[in-house]
Ligand binder design. Structure first.
Ligand SMILES: [Zn+2]
Length: 168
């Protein structure tokens, strides 16, 4: 792990890469101790000691430090995720799915009935729903800004699409 350095100077004339979307459009806001990205339109503020940059306009408290010419996400209060959680997550997904599958195996639908497809679909839905719970817990534990990330990505694609449409 590299030690964080002081933030590079934020200026309007020399934009920095945005820590959230990666576009080189992070510039200082005039008369403010803040910077904004022209691509994802988020506002960032430096911390008091000027070693980190915080996302100011979102509920998720995201922080980046400047290391060796690029932004590095600073994890605060990261839960101690151990390998113990892996079998728990596998059990959380596989146990309910196995129970539903066992029910479908021991009490199969009548062959040729209208809802003969339902047990297989129900087994799949059970697995997908429990897997989604596990993935959501992982995103929450690591405070990964999925919506902000997707939002920034879609803005970037829309800008590129507009650029290619208007380019001669
Ligand atoms: Zn951005």
């Amino acid at each position: 792990m590299t030690s964080p350095m002081l933030l590079p100077p934020l200026s309007a004339s020399q934009p920095l890469p945005c820590p959230l979307c990666g576009s080189p459009t992070l510039a200082e806001l005039p008369l403010m101790e803040a910077a904004s990205c022209r691509t994802c339109e988020h506002i960032f503020t430096p911390t008091c000691d000027r070693t980190a940059l915080e996302l100011a306009d979102a509920e998720v408290p995201l922080t980046w430090v400047w290391c060796r010419g690029r932004w590095q996400r600073q994890w605060r209060g990261l839960p101690a995720v151990t390998w113990l959680y892996l079998p728990l997550a596998l059990g959380f997904v596989s146990l309910p799915t196995s129970i539903v599958a066992a029910g479908a195996y021991w009490f199969p639908p009548l062959p040729g009935s209208a809802l003969a497809w339902l047990p297989q679909v129900w087994i799949g839905l059970t697995a997908i729903a429990h897997l989604a719970c596990v993935l959501w817990l992982c995103l929450e534990a690591y405070q990964f800004p999925l919506w902000l990330y997707l939002e920034a990505l879609s803005r970037r694609w829309r800008r590129q699409w507009r650029y290619f449409r208007t380019a001669p």
